[in-house]
Every structure is written in structure tokens, then in C-alpha cells.
Design a binder for this molecule. Structure first.
Ligand code: SF4
Length: 588
């Protein structure tokens, strides 16, 4: 069932029409990140704002989805409400396999529905359903109704937004099957701007596997590496929450708005502590034998009665950092309650957590008052943060409305930019040093996963700007190819270039396998071209003073090295975004 082209479902919500179109380019951009970029190049409108109805919301899967384990992500591309530029966000759940079984390589949604709607897609069904009665409902209430609307599990995915997305907050996520998220850069707001409460994909067609021994042999090796070796076991056991103690020991855990990088009190929110008292079970994305999703519980009193209900909440390192250590909340059940509220509202947990950490310090410094914050924000005061998260989702007053646009925007208006922990967007949970700060601040997704800057910081490499820039560019290129395969990045130790090449060949994508390096370079270049074309100036990115004030296990951050690294990386990005030369084309 391999194909050298992409089978793309186009849905125009304004016209209420859909078409299926075949688009060339498999051997040029592979799928996933590459395909999403290709489609944005074709259908995006660079000089129009992100919420222009004609702007596309794109979902793309990869050539190995359905054939191999952990090829389980879907790449979502859009023009971001956060910075009005090209953006990408990834999520798993059942989204990728559902698209594979519905027989689409990508879904492109344009237009704006006349009333709040749910888009239902299958191989034999495409329907835009009026769900105005769900507008305003939180994510949990909406989920219950949507699951009844399209019953079944397996190859069915439900992507939905909460009140934050409806209000078009740049901190709104798209929730995928309850426990996964297209979290960052405001995909939820893009759905809100299209009057789209939910997208449901029904994988209702058969999917044939290749015949012959080659595929079985390659599959067996990959599967064994994932399950019989210790390459993936850390993700199943403690999962990423295991990083909390590691980062704290390294003096690299952002604490109380990055005023500290280590604190013994974080013992209350380590992965070990969660596993001991709050872990209910593990879960997995469809097609994943690893199961890194850790699900804890919160207990809530049922009305006024003496009964309790339990809600299941997924947690990982980034969330624990954002509404735990960053807010000085050092109790795992309090952290779960905060995650629960953010989830319910359809907020990406990371950005509002970091934004509220800034607001807490700004309040303590007298830059803002309780007239703005409405509640007495104070590090460790989980009850105030529970209320503040709802204010963020609803934009209750001018302050929260602005803060939910981004910490930097609020700091521009009120002051306090020096201690806004923003690296392109609100920071990730790794204060490992200069390379990570530059990598996230300038990286295309402003994600801690754009490149392995955090791991480079932890190696005794010294302070060589050229070497660090080379590392970031090369590492990004490798990751971009993996995300074009839509591999979960946790599997990067298993999916080496050699293994990926074997996988591609075993299902019939021999040309792609023979040109992986060239294709990876092309995708990297295309993504940067689109980012710059939509207004990105990497040289004008600034890294706030707070990041230079901290001390890690390596000592004080070196401001001179940081500045030089930032400048050189910006130049390298500019170079990547340049139009292709005749020479580079001839190499392909
Ligand atoms: S390792 Fe985790 S995130 Fe990755 S595919 Fe498996 S369950 Fe999903």
C-alpha cells in the first residue's frame, strides 16, 4: 500500500466541501514534518494573519506509520497565534494510526464553519456536524458527548479544544485522545478561529502489510530492541518524571521562576514520589509497546455528599516542572490538581505555568498588584494558582487576557522582562546551560526537543561556539528526518539511520532509503524557509537576563559565550533559510 505521492484530504469549512487530492513529493519530503511544510508552502498565506479563514490547519503522518512501532505521531502545522509565523506541533494518542487506517497521508482544513462544528472523517465518511451546544463546554464534558457521537476505540481519534481554544488564546492546545496534546504555539486557538470544537477520525479501512520475509525480519529486530533491551525501559518505568530528581541534582531544574535551580523540597514532586503515591497506571499511544504515559489521580468530593470521584490525569516532566517546581508547588497531588484544571480548560500546561511564575515574581516586586492578579499569587500557594489558571483560560480581565497571549507580551506592558522565562515561548524544564537556552530560544518549534542542546550542555565539551552550532544544526537535521517519519523522539536510540533505512526498504520506499541525508537537509531547509518567510528574524531573538543569573553544577552561566552562540546560531539559521542554489539541487 506504499505510494510515491501523498493522498491528502482537503476540507473547506466555509463551503462545507471536501476533496481528495494526490500530491507529489514523497521522495523529496518523506511525510510528517516534511509533508506538513510542503502543504503549508502550497496552501499557507504568508502575508495574512494566522486567523484568516483561508489559512490551513494541517495534520500529517509518515511513510512508516502503521508498519513499525512508535511511528505514532501526527505533525500539525499552522500559522501560530503566538507569533503569527509558521509553526509545528506534534502529538500521538491514536491520531496517526487513525489517519493511516482512514487512508490519508494528510488532512488540510481551511475556512471557518458557520457555527461551532465537529469534523468527522473516515475513508467512507466526511461530515461537518453542528455542535453549537458543545461551545463553552470544558474538555471533559465535550469528550463524553463526542465519544458517544463516534463510538468505538481502536482506530478512532478525537482531537478537541476547551474554552481556551474557543477564546483563541495562543496558550490553547489541541487535546488528542485525553492524554496527549498538540501542546505548544496555539494550535487550539487555530481550531477555535475555525469554529471547530473537534476533529474525529475514524480509521475504518483495511491496511495491508508487505508480504515476504524482509519486512518481518526488520520488524522483529525493531520490536525486540524496543521491548527486550533497556533502550526504552526508562520511559516505561519512571518515565520523563524521572528527570525531576536528575535535574535537581544537577542544579538544572527551574524553580520559582528560575530564581533557583535546586531545592531539597522538590523531593515531593520527583518521578519516584509520584510512582510511590499517585501513579495509577501506564498507558500508550496506539502502536507503541513502550507505554511511557503515566497516569495519576485526583480525588474530588462529589457535590456535598460524603462520596468522592477520582479523575485520571497524565503527568510528565514538563508538566511537573511548569506547575510544580516553577510555581514552588512541591506536592504531587497539588501538581496533579493544577494539571487537571489546565487540561479541563484546554490550556497547554507549560506556558501558563511559566507565565504564572513570572506573574508571582512581578506581584512580589510590586510591578503588578492584586488588582491585576485577582488572587494572592505566591510561590507554593496552589489554591491561588488553581483559580489563576481559570482566569488565564477565560481572559477574565485585561491582565489575564494579555498574559494568556504570552509572558513577553505582559512584560512589555507591565515591565519585568528581565525575569520573564521566555525562550521564544515559555521555557522548557531544563536549565542545563547556554546551548539549551540558545537551542530553545531560536529553534523552529521553540521546543526543548528541537535539538539536544540540553544533552550537549551535560557533556564536557568546553565552550566552542562553532562546535556547539554544528551540533545543533546536525542534531536538528536528524530529528527533522525522524519527525518526518513521525517517529516518537523517545525512539531515537532505536531508529538509527541504518535501521530507518532498513525499515523504509522493507516496505518498498527504496528511493527514500537511499537518499535519507539529502531529504533530511531538504526538509530542514524548507521548514526554515517557511519560518523566515512568515516573519521570523532569528537575529532579533533576545534571551532575558534571568537566564544569565543562574548557577548550575557547571557554575555561573557565561553571558559572553551565550551571546556569541546565539549570534552564530542565528546566522546559521539564516543560511539554512536561503533559497536553494543550483549546486545543492544538483546534489540530489
Ligand atoms: S513512548 Fe510514549 S509518547 Fe512515545 S509513542 Fe510510546 S506512549 Fe507515545
Amino acid at each position: 500500500m506504499i505510494r510515491e505521492y501523498f493522498r491528502v484530504l482537503m476540507v473547506d469549512l466555509s463551503a462545507g466541501r471536501s476533496t481528495i487530492t494526490d500530491i507529489d513529493g514523497r521522495n523529496m519530503v518523506a511525510g510528517g514534518s516534511g509533508l506538513a511544510a510542503l502543504l503549508f508552502e502550497k496552501y499557507g498565506i504568508p502575508d495574512k494573519p494566522w486567523n484568516e479563514p483561508g489559512q490551513p490547519l494541517i495534520f500529517a503522518i509518515g511513510p512508516l506509520t502503521g508498519y513499525f512501532p512508535l511511528m505514532s505521531k501526527t505533525v500539525c502545522a499552522f500559522k501560530s497565534p503566538y507569533h503569527d509565523q509558521f509553526a509545528e506541533s506534534h502529538a500521538g494518542g491514536r491520531s496517526a494510526l487513525s489517519m493511516r487506517f482512514a487512508d490519508y497521508d494528510a488532512l488540510v482544513i481551511t475556512g471557518r464553519a458557520k457555527s461551532p462544528s465537529a469534523l468527522i472523517v473516515g475513508s467512507r465518511q466526511i461530515e461537518i456536524k453542528d455542535v453549537h451546544y458543545l461551545w463553552g463546554t470544558d474538555l471533559y464534558a465535550a469528550g463524553k458527548v463526542l465519544r458517544r457521537m463516534l463510538p468505538g476505540s481502536g482506530h478512532r481519534t478525537i482531537l478537541r479544544i476547551g474554552p481556551a481554544g474557543e477564546r483563541q488564546s495562543p496558550m490553547a492546545c489541541i487535546n488528542a485522545d485525553s492524554y496527549r496534546h498538540f501542546g505548544r504555539l496555539g494550535g487550539g486557538a487555530v481550531m477555535g478561529s475555525k469554529n471547530l470544537k473537534a476533529i474525529m477520525i475514524h480509521g475504518d479501512s483495511p491496511f495491508l502489510l508487505p508480504e515476504g520475509k524482509d519486512y518481518v525480519k526488520v520488524f522483529d529486530k525493531v520490536y525486540k530492541d524496543m521491548t527486550d533491551t533497556d533502550m526504552m525501559s526508562k520511559y516505561h518505568n519512571l518515565g520523563t518524571p524521572g528527570n525531576v530528581r536528575v535535574m535537581n541534582d544537577l542544579k538544572a531544574l527551574p524553580i520559582r521562576n528560575l530564581q533557583a535551580t535546586t531545592d531539597p523540597a522538590t523531593e515531593g514532586i520527583t518521578g519516584e514520589r509520584f510512582a510511590e503515591v499517585a501513579l495509577l497506571r501506564n498507558a500508550a499511544c496506539a502502536g507503541c509497546p513502550v507505554g511511557c504515559i503515566h497516569i495519576g489521580f485526583v480525588r474530588e468530593r462529589f457535590r456535598e455528599e460524603n462520596r468522592y470521584i477520582y479523575r485520571q490525569i497524565s503527568y510528565d516532566h514538563e508538566l511537573i516542572f511548569a506547575v510544580g517546581s516553577m510555581l514552588g508547588v512541591m506536592d504531587c497531588f497539588e501538581v496533579l490538581k493544577l494539571i487537571d484544571v489546565a487540561e479541563k480548560m484546554g490550556l497547554d500546561v507549560m506556558s501558563p505555568g511559566v507565565a504564572l511564575a513570572w506573574a508571582t515574581e512581578a506581584l512580589a516586586k510590586g510591578i503588578i498588584t492584586e488588582k491585576e492578579t485577582l488572587v494572592p499569587l505566591a510561590f507554593g500557594n496552589a489554591a491561588s494558582y488553581l483559580t489563576a489558571l481559570q482566569h488565564m483560560a477565560y481572559g477574565t480581565n485585561e491582565f489575564y487576557e494579555l498574559l494568556s497571549q504570552g509572558t513577553a507580551k505582559a512584560a512589555e506592558r507591565y515591565g519585568g522582562g528581565d525575569f520573564a522565562c521566555v525562550l521564544g515561548q515559555e521555557m522548557g524544564g531544563y536549565a542545563t546551560g547556554e546551548t539549551f537556552f540558545v537551542s530553545q530560544a531560536l529553534g523552529l518549534r521553540h521546543s526543548h526537543l528541537d535539538s539536544g542542546g540540553y544533552s550537549y550542555d551535560q557533556k564536557p565539551k568546553g565552550k566552542n561556539v562553532e562546535d556547539a552550532v554544528k551540533f545543533m544544526i546536525k542534531d536538528e537535521k536528524g530529528r527533522v528526518f525522524l519527525t518526518s517519519m513521525v517517529s516518537c523522539l523517545f525512539a531515537r536510540g532505536v531508529y538509527t539511520d541504518e535501521v530507518l533505512g532498513n525499515c523504509l526498504k522493507s516496505v518498498g520506499y527504496g528511493t527514500l532509503a537511499d537518499n535519507m541525508d539529502t531529504v533530511a537537509g531538504e526538509i530542514q531547509r524548507l521548514r526554515w524557509k517557511l519560518r523566515v518567510m512568515t516573519g521570523y528574524h532569528p537575529e532579533s531573538v533576545s534571551i532575558p537576563k534571568r537566564f544569565t543569573e543562574i548557577t548550575t553544577w557547571k557554575g555561573q552561566i557565561d553571558s559572553v559565550f551565550l551571546a556569541a552562540l546565539k549570534d552564530q546560531y542565528a546566522m546559521a539559521i539564516r543560511g539554512l533559510a536561503q533559497p536553494e542554489t543550483a549546486g545543492s539541487r544538483a546534489e540530489k
